[in-house]
Ligand binder design. Sequence first.
Ligand code: 6R9
Length: 661
Amino acid sequence: MSRLYQPSDYVVSKSRLPSFEQYKEMHKRSLEDPEGFWSEIAKEFYWQTPAEPGNFVSYNFDINKGKVFTKWLDGAVTNVCFNLLDRNVRNGHGDKIAYYWEGNHPDDYSRITYRKLKDLVCQCANGLRERGVTKGDRVSIYMPMILETVVVMLACSRIGAVHSVVFAGFSSDSLAERMSDCKAKMLVTADGAWRGEKLLMLKKICDEAIDKAEKKHGHKVETCLVVKHVDRVTPCGQLQEYTTWDDERDVWWQELIDEQSTICSPEWMAAEDPLFMLYTSGSTGKPKGVLHTTAGYLLYATTTFRYVFDYQDKDVYWCTADVGWITGHTYVVYAPLANAATSVLFEGTPFYPENDRYWSLIDKYKVSQFYTAPTALRSLMKFGDEYVKRHSLQSLRVLGSVGEPINPEAWLWYRQLVGGGRCSVADTFWQTETGGHVLTSLPGATPMKPGAAGFPFFGVEPALLDEGGQLISGEGEGYLVFARPWPGLMRTLYGDHQRYEQVYFSKFPGYYCTGDGARRDEDGFLWVTGRVDDMLNVSGHLMSTAEVEGVLTEEPRVAEAAVVSRPHPIKGEALYCFITTTDGAHFDQSLVDALKKLVRARIGAFAVPDTIQYAPGLPKTRSGKIMRRILRKIALNDTDIGDTSTLADPAVVEQLFKNRP
Ligand code: 6R9
């Protein structure tokens, strides 16, 4: 049995929810009376038209009973940006700092108040309108972690445009595919950005992507809006040519936005109008455009942030996630601003200029809530405790973890060394699709176990199902599903509602299916055990085996490719690839190099495989299915492979063990 940790007296004494009983009471109420529960929170916000009582939530999760849908606050009208900025300024937070921005170089930093942020967002929104962006248009964003990124996301929300942020580590191919899929009218980027000592040529990648969108997918991006960034920051390495230009299409941010008026009337949006979309990997290759809508997302982001981080007025909160991922959307941008919080926005890496950058920033800004990923913790742990011990870290109260299961060793290091034994650790399980945290511990309220995601958030009703769809009550392990919607759940996949129903609702009619497995222990804690589909989680980046295999087989020398995951001490999982070659082609280092390069170009650097092994043949069933279970054993060099009687040619297995690099 793993050890139970109770919240410290320090955390409890400050907590807005200081007991487990209170949590259970509130959770029960949130399920019994969703309207009562959520309408209380809705009261804090500005509604042009409020939701009608009795019409707060409607849904169908049962694919056999017709179209799957979820609606919250149907009929209500509001604007998210207005609630995040204008409302907070009106409520006396105008001079409060919204963000401390810290650049890649420690000499570069600035801060921005709520009032100033509102002005910039209005100017940007006016600039977007000048360029013809209107309600419902899609705007792709390919940006470093700078204030303009937040500004343009909120500007979109102000005018009802749907932003689609693409993580700036994706290749031009990936960006082209995503811009074309959503038919983006505009692309917003920066000339470049430093990441550690490396200069990222963002505008150059965007040029390639715009070109490919047109030539490969027949989609034309009308405007490319570019923040001049490299000139205004301290160089961190070798400078090189970083911008190219097309006078017709490209416009400098500083030229379009700086002279605009700081007054911009918001577009009033229906509760279920789209707020943003964000692509996430799908198990069949093509990325899925997860769509979130206006009112429900706002309520859910606000509430999770408030209770999971126990954010209070004077606190300084820092989420290290990039805005290119859902964690950056909800917990760098929307949720902190909805709560009038002060956050840190960090452009750089934990390793530059030294391996203690995170810890030094926690002291610099007196951070009270720190939210990061297990992969970052593991990579920092390996440098030893000294880097942490150089800093006081006394301001910390709540530590958060997200992206993958956190191994107990990293959990303990986080709590004891970083959190000085007094901080609560919130291991937050959620997905791009869920909009916000769904399983988590709550500081002050719930006990914790290292590695367990814990308990459902308010409004969330998890269930475990066996393969036959039978409910597992009490202790046990099964598919993690949810029996009803909470306000932040995704509404559809952009342009493909059928795929939405098929991916999330067809396996177990009546439930939203996460694609993860989970276990409930004797104390009722939920432990997420990892993906049950063909998905991999490398350093918190989700990708599918099919996606990577698709890229590998583009290389003409490759006949067939099979990709499996192998546990990795820092990344969590790493890609291990098996390659069969076409007739006459040789498997050699040049092929390995070419394949790595191809994956980097097609998907991005984070997807480059750790191992590429030659396979004279692949273990397949007689019906031709690759047995990945066996390939995973080979990747681990674990010869205990179990039953191979269904294999068409069992001899191939021995050969593969021999060929391990
Ligand atoms: C927020 C985010 C979602 C997948 C999810 C699961 C894994 C995320 C986790 C976790 C265990 C946690 N995951 N947080 N597994 N414990 N605390 O990461 O969204 O990029 O869509 O990934 O990540 O497998 O299904 P996304």
